[in-house]
Design a binder for this molecule. Structure first.
Ligand SMILES: NC(=O)N[C@@H](O)C(=O)O
Ligand code: NI
Length: 167
């Protein structure tokens, strides 16, 4: 029996249990800086990577696009750090997350992200690895460098299928 997974629009409120949406409107504070030539949208997301002596790193992920239907058979989480993805090309991508259920991922939720906003997964939040859509897309990624076990993966007993992107 195929378990279909509907795609929903990314909103700050709906994503809040799993992380933060990175966009100007999500910033806590707006500051005019540099003599008024620049607007700083301050702290649109936080970076939580210090556990067990971790430090923040900035990387580029070049994501190959996934074609529909997309099979969600596993999830992962990073117990020691948050992980943020900001698209550097304005292309859509999917953020698939799940609540924790006794140490395993529960039913996933798939958010369609429009390429103008990033997402930051909270530390220890179940998510699917990067899911770029349409074309190869670079993402700026802020996550943790350091010791300890910062990757936990779990397979679903039966995969979910994303058949379309329109809900
Ligand atoms: N493995 C890795 O660095 N990437 C994943 O954590 C991911 O969420 O894409
Ligand atoms: Ni990850």
């Amino acid at each position: 029996m195929t378990r279909f997974l509907a795609v929903r629009p990314l909103t700050i409120e709906a994503f809040e249990p799993f992380g933060q949406v990175i966009e100007a409107d999500a910033a806590r504070e707006i500051r005019l800086i540099n003599g008024g030539t620049t607007t700083r949208f301050h702290a649109a997301a936080t970076v939580d990577v210090a556990a067990e002596g971790g430090s923040p790193v900035i990387s580029i992920f070049r994501g190959k696009p996934f074609a529909l239907p997309i099979r969600i058979a596993m999830m992962e989480r990073h117990p020691l750090g948050s992980q943020a993805f900001v698209p550097l090309h304005e292309r859509p991508y999917l953020a698939v997350v799940a609540p924790d259920e006794n140490g395993r991922p529960g039913a996933p939720l798939a958010f369609l992200c429009d390429g103008r906003r990033g997402v930051s997964y909270d530390r220890d939040t179940w998510h699917h690895p990067l899911l770029a859509l349409e074309a190869v897309c670079d993402f700026l990624v802020v996550d943790r460098e350091g010791g300890g076990r910062n990757l936990e993966e779990a397979d679903y007993p039966a995969p979910f299928t994303i058949a379309g992107l329109d809900g």
